[in-house]
Design a protein around this ligand. Structure first.
Ligand code: IPE
Ligand code: IPE
Ligand code: MG
Length: 231
């Protein structure tokens, strides 16, 4: 891309943060060390996304399917959340960002859920930059819940009403979905919202996904032509 061409910054970037376990394995470290490194990278990337002028960044931190992982791995993830969530939430909020969480928090242990809810409650509701964490998130569950909510309200089911009943109801759809870690799939992430997202896959394991890696993904996005079915 020529320097004279202005970079098109996606309004909403979603990120499937995969490869923490393999990153640790390569270093002969426990998987928990990979999750810890991934968590640090995630916080730094949020700052970088904000600086780039991205308005929303949604990160896939824990899927409904991940809840079936061995107890010791889950306990490690939960203790990371309990230890760092509030501290990092306060830092984001201090920087003027809004924090939100999507997913079914009732699937989390009570003490973890309490910490997450407290962090979100302290946050601004609206800001120039929103950092959204998908926790105990599953897209199929989200779609089923939206259908149930529409039925309970006796609301007509249209793309608009269902869209507004998703966890992301008041957010724009992602423009760009990035997956690190080499797998080429969505793994039950934002299936409804991904309808016209640009997809970007990289072999880089998440803890190695630097700020410059995000720049490269945005540059690639900027070169794509989005037609939305038109000619
Ligand atoms: C992604 O990394 C983070 C979570 C799912 C919590 P993984 O834990 O899936 O790492 P790999 O894919 O095994 O390397
Ligand atoms: C997707 O990664 C979920 C998150 C990154 C939170 P997984 O590692 O769970 O996905 P699969 O099992 O390879 O599809
Ligand atoms: Mg994985």
């Amino acid at each position: 891309m020529g320097d004279d061409q202005a970079l098109r910054i996606p309004r909403h970037v979603a990120l499937i943060m995969d490869g923490n376990g393999r990153w640790a394995k390569k270093r002969l470290m426990p998987r928990s060390a990979g999750h810890s490194a991934g968590m640090n990278r995630m916080i730094a990337l949020a700052e970088h996304a904000k600086a780039l002028g991205i308005n929303y960044m949604t990160v896939y931190a824990l899927s409904t399917e991940n809840l079936a992982r061995p107890k010791d791995e889950l306990d490690g993830l939960y203790s990371l959340i309990k230890k760092y969530f509030l501290k990092n939430a306060d830092k984001l909020i201090k920087d003027g960002a809004a924090l939100r969480v999507i997913g079914d928090l009732t699937l989390l242990p009570d003490d973890v859920r309490a910490v997450v809810e407290e962090g979100v409650a302290r946050s601004y509701k609206d800001a120039e930059f929103t950092f959204c964490i998908a926790l105990a998130y599953g897209a199929r569950r989200e779609i089923v819940n939206a259908c149930k909510a529409a039925a309970a309200k006796d609301e007509e089911v249209t793309e608009e009403t269902l869209g507004s009943l998703m966890y992301t109801g008041d957010m724009p759809d992602p423009d760009l979905i990035i997956r690190t870690g080499g797998e080429v799939r969505l793994s039950n992430f934002l299936l409804w919202q991904a309808a016209y997202a640009e997809l970007y896959f990289t072999d880089t394991l998440f803890p190695d996904f630097t700020d410059e890696c995000l720049d490269s993904a945005v540059a690639e996005y900027s070169r794509r032509t989005r037609r939305f079915g038109k000619v």
